[in-house]
Design a protein. Sequence first.
Length: 284
Amino acid sequence: MSDDTATNGQRAKIADDKLWRVEKGVGPFLGLAVHAGHQMRPTLKNVLAIDRETRFREEDPFTDRIAALCGSHVVTFRSRFEVDLNRPPSEAICVQPEDCWNLRVWNEDDGLTQTMYRRSLAEHEAFYDMIGQLLSQMASREGRFVVLDCHSYNHRRAGPGAPPADPALNPEINIGTGTMDRTYWAPVVDHFIATLGEQDYLGRSLDVRENVKFRGRYVAQFIHDRFPLTGCCLAVEVKKFFMDEWTGELDETAFEALLGVFRNALTSLDDVLRTLKCHTDQPT
């Protein structure tokens, strides 16, 4: 059976182990890296118009290593050009160039078919089935949990030799909180942002701001709709200052220092989350 086969409009059988890896740990933190993958189904590769280098530039490489700092984490293997898991189903597959930075993803004459489209949507559905179950387990075990929805973004779109985008509009770390009850989760959000910005990063402080570049999308919306008082999803967007976004080369020293900043922020956030639990769990 082809990997693009769907039956009677129902979700095709999905081999989850080929789409993502789930590592279950202890503690109240879950890391997600839904744009870290680069693989695509063989049938899709045959109808692609976009080249590998461009795909890689628009993906979020190395964010799986940020997600792995959490006790539990999920890393996807497939490219966002196969299915974008941080978009709602109606927008999850980039069909037209205007869907994704004006890039033509599919061949015009022999391109994406309805069967391929439905198969990719089935992967989207399978992912959210899995995440819903995983977070329900965490809520039962921990009471409250924090999800780091880890992404990165380009800031040299004008070309490798052109000046970077205006730093005033492009923080090094953007924390998206646009889909949550911000007042309820304020102790968690404020502490996390402050801790990221206060640490020493190679002799300086990082520029960490909230909702400047991104506010969070479907992953965060899904979590806050389903777990409004138990799940806090922080949409973490890191500017690609730790790598060359055009060649894909990683600055290992810069990235290891960045991981250290996130690791320390998570360690201190554990205490804040437990304090929040004590305060909000009191009978009224």
